[in-house]
Each structure stands twice: as structure tokens, then as C-alpha cells.
Design a protein around this ligand. Structure first.
Ligand SMILES: *Cc1c(COP(=O)(O)O)cnc(C)c1O
Length: 443
């Protein structure tokens, strides 16, 4: 395959590093363009936000943990000065500027970034069904959806999804709560506790011995056989994407509350772990829509499953997978164990993603432990994939030069996106913590 890529003119040093499962930082040569795919507009994103607002009274009623936020599913944005200091020590580098943690690990309802896109997609489906039935109008207080007559309506419909775990959790929990029959097709990487939890909430879980792609394909097949079944397509769903993208305006407000300025003298850097690309893609898109070129968005992937950077660096997007270059796709970062990128995201973000780093698995545990020890916050291994990306970008002369960032390093703000973890059982979390090694970390 590498030879074929050479013939096609799509081979590069980055592709070689990926094939060798070596850590690398790919800088997107087109990131500087910052142009938007006209097919997804701020208006589309705002409509998704309005839908989440309409559902807020219902969410507040059925998920009491959202009472303080009035039924809006949002996570805190926290200063993490002690981790900042620890990272500087671990990486032997001075982490300047302000470092924040976006705690999607602690999002209500499903404890991961998937509570953004996944729940939005299920709510959109429920709203369409309810409006079409004539039992609901947009002006109603959506609290009525908790009544038995709506459960009766939704019970005639089903929802299916293929997932490595967290998307299944968010789709399964939300669908079952509304009254849909929901089937989650889980890949071999999915953790047992996630399957158990879903079953306890009334979802049907089907397990596959092979990869995530297989689970998605099975979910799609099942849905095709049943006209009343809605399939959540993690590899190309617009509704998922829009749900993630609503965070743009919300983050803007949270940054204002923390007195964080974002302008050409105060750049904002976002670091997101990436699997199929939907979640980080939607979030990055929403943020770029608000801040344009003043926001720099980076993704991070495991060295054994770097599907998004492979698709972007070759320009082949979902036309290539990590197995094509001899990788096994196996990683301890179960949420990122994906071999082929989303067909929607790579193209929509071709000129928006600024770069992608890859990281070796053992480091995930070390960062997990570093965050726990310094800030007392526990997140899952996948959520730590981007913890060294800032250090690598800030030491990349080419990048700093190209964007004129050299004298703005001190005034920059960096956000590590903690994508999941609060629902991980304590024994499992202790085990992750115990896997931290003494190997030095140098970025
Ligand atoms: C799903 C997930 C991601 C990545 O999202 P994709 O849409 O698959 O790219 C990152 N971290 C965690 C914890 C996740 O569950």
C-alpha cells in the first residue's frame, strides 16, 4: 500500500511515521485557509441548540442530575494550574499561557462527549416522530413527553447504533428513557461495564468479536430491514455533528465568565482526542465558527489507530484505513479504536483542523494519573490522548512561524478536552491508575 500511495503522490514522511506506529505531529498545510464547507451553517447549529432548549424541561424532569442546569446538558470549564505545572515537569518544557480542562468527562446523563451529539440525534428523532403524530407541537412544554402516551408512541419505533462504547451509552440511555426500543451493536473493544449498564437501562446489546466497523455495518443492516428503525450513523451523521457543534456558543460564554480573551493577540488552542472524528470534528467546527482563525484546533489519536490523520494526510479520507498501512487498530484507548475516519468530518474540516498528533498507549495512563494526582479529576485513558499535544505544537517552529505566534505564547489559552470518564466504575479506574509507568514522557 505504501508503494501505491507513492505512485499516487500521496505518500509523505507523516504517512511513513504512521505506518511505523511512531508518534508524530502532522501540521495541516491547508489549516491556514480557515474556510467553511457551506453545507453546514451557523443557522443549522443554532437550530440544534434551539431543539436542546425545547427539550430542556423534559430532560430536567427525567434526569434529575440536570436540575441545577435547568435541563441543559453542559460541562464545567476548569482552570488546572497544578496539572499545568506537572506537565511542565513531566515534559521538561515550560507550559506557558493558561491551561483549562473542558470536563465533558463529567457531562450529565452519559459521562462523555457523546452526550452532546448522541443525545441531540435521539431527541431530533423523537421530536420528528412526536410532531408527525400530531400529539406534540413545537410550542408545547416538552415535559409532556415523559407521559405514558408518548412512551406508547415511541415504543412503536426503534433506534440502532454501532459503537465502541460511549456513543452506545448516550444513544442507549436516551432512547430507552424516551421509550424507544434500542439496540446497541458493540465492537470487541467495548468494556463489559458499558454493556451491563446499557442492559440495566433496557437497551438490547449485541456483541461482535471484531472491529467497530463491523458493529456499525450490522447496525445499519438491521435498520434497513425495519422502516420504523432509526439508525445513528457515527460515520456520517449530520445530527450528531450539529449536536457537538452547539458547544461553540456555549464555550464562548464560559470563556467570558473566566475572563479569557480570544483575539489575534490572544489565541485559543483546543486539543481533542479523535476516533472516527464526529465528536472532535463537530466541536472544532462549532468553535471555529465562533472564533475563526483565532482558534487553533488539534486532534490526537493512538499510534495504532490514527485513522483521521491517515485520511487527512493522504487526502483519501474514508477511502483508506489503518489496516491498509499494516497497523492493527488495537489500542487501550477504547473510545479511539477506529480504523477508518468519518466520511463527513474529514471533508468538512479539510481546511479547519490545524493538526493531528499521535500518542503511544502507555502514556495515556501516565497522564490519567498526573491529572488525578494534581487536580483530583479522574478521566478515562482515551480522554488523555491530547495531553502532550500543546507541548508539541508550542515547540514546533514551523507552526509558530506560519501563524505568527512566537510572541503570543504567553497570552495564549489552551483547552484540553476531557472527553469521558465519570461513569467508569471505581475498580476499573483504579486499575487504569495502576497502569501508569515510570517511563519518561518527553513530548
Ligand atoms: C468517542 C470518543 C472520542 C472521539 O470521538 P469520535 O467521534 O469517535 O472521534 C474521544 N474520547 C472519548 C472518551 C470518546 O468516547
Amino acid at each position: 500500500m505504501l508503494n501505491r500511495l507513492k505512485e499516487m503522490g500521496r505518500y509523505s514522511e507523516t504517512v511513513q511515521a504512521l505506518a511505523d506506529a511512531e508518534e508524530t505531529l502532522w501540521i495541516n498545510p491547508r489549516g491556514i485557509e480557515n474556510t467553511f464547507d457551506g453545507s453546514i451553517t451557523q443557522k443549522d447549529i443554532d437550530e440544534a441548540e434551539e431543539r436542546l432548549q425545547r427539550f430542556a424541561p423534559y430532560i430536567k424532569k427525567v434526569f434529575p442530575e440536570t436540575e441545577t442546569s435547568e435541563g441543559i446538558i453542559e460541562s464545567p470549564l476548569k482552570e488546572i494550574p497544578k496539572l499545568q505545572k506537572r506537565l511542565s515537569e513531566l515534559l521538561n518544557y515550560e507550559h506557558e499561557g493558561r491551561l483549562l480542562l473542558k470536563c465533558d468527562s463529567h457531562l450529565p446523563v452519559s459521562g462523555s462527549i457523546k452526550a452532546r451529539g448522541g443525545i441531540h440525534e435521539v431527541l431530533k428523532f423523537a421530536e420528528d416522530v412526536a410532531l408527525e403524530s400530531g400529539m406534540l407541537s413545537r410550542e408545547d412544554n416538552y415535559e409532556v413527553l415523559a407521559e405514558d402516551r408518548f412512551k406508547g408512541l415511541f415504543a412503536k419505533y426503534s433506534v440502532a447504533v454501532g459503537s465502541t462504547g460511549n456513543l452506545g451509552l448516550s444513544i442507549g440511555i436516551m432512547s430507552a428513557k424516551l421509550g424507544f426500543k434500542v439496540t446497541v451493536h458493540m465492537s470487541a473493544d467495548a468494556r463489559q461495564w458499558k454493556k451491563d449498564l446499557l442492559r440495566s437501562r433496557g437497551a438490547i446489546v449485541i456483541e461482535y468479536p471484531d472491529s467497530y466497523q463491523k458493529a456499525v455495518a450490522e447496525g445499519r443492516k438491521e435498520a434497513e430491514r425495519d422502516p420504523l428503525c432509526h439508525f445513528v450513523d457515527d460515520e456520517g451523521s449530520l445530527e450528531l455533528f450539529l449536536g457537538y457543534a452547539t458547544v461553540g456558543r456555549r464555550l464562548e460564554k464560559q470563556l467570558q465568565q473566566l475572563n479569557v480573551k480570544v483575539d489575534s493577540d490572544h489565541p485559543l488552542f483546543i486539543y481533542l482526542p479523535c476516533g472516527v472524528g464526529g465528536a472532535p470534528g463537530g466541536v472544532a467546527y462549532g468553535i471555529k465558527k465562533r472564533y475563526g482563525e483565532n482558534a487553533h484546533c488539534f486532534f490526537a489519536e493512538p499510534t495504532h489507530a490514527p485513522c483521521m490523520v491517515l485520511g487527512m494526510a493522504t487526502g483519501l479520507h474514508d477511502g483508506i484505513c489503518v489496516e491498509d498501512i499494516g497497523l492493527d487498530g488495537k489500542t487501550a484507548a477504547d473510545g479511539l479504536a477506529v480504523g477508518r475516519p468519518s466520511r463527513l468530518v474529514g471533508k468538512a474540516l479539510e481546511t479547519l483542523i490545524d493538526g493531528i498528533s499521535t500518542i503511544e498507549d502507555y502514556k495515556l495512563y501516565n497522564y490519567l494519573k498526573a491529572l488525578a494526582d494534581t487536580e483530583g479529576i479522574y478521566i478515562e485513558p482515551s480522554a488523555c490522548a491530547a495531553f502532550d499535544t500543546a507541548a508539541r505544537v508550542m515547540q514546533n517552529e514551523e507552526y509558530l512561524e506560519r501563524y505568527g505566534l512566537k510572541n503570543k505564547i504567553k497570552t495564549a489559552t489552551h483547552i484540553l478536552w476531557a472527553t469521558g470518564g465519570s461513569m467508569v466504575p471505581e475498580t476499573e479506574m483504579k486499575h487504569y491508575y495502576s497502569l501508569a509507568s515510570n517511563i519518561s514522557l518527553r513530548a
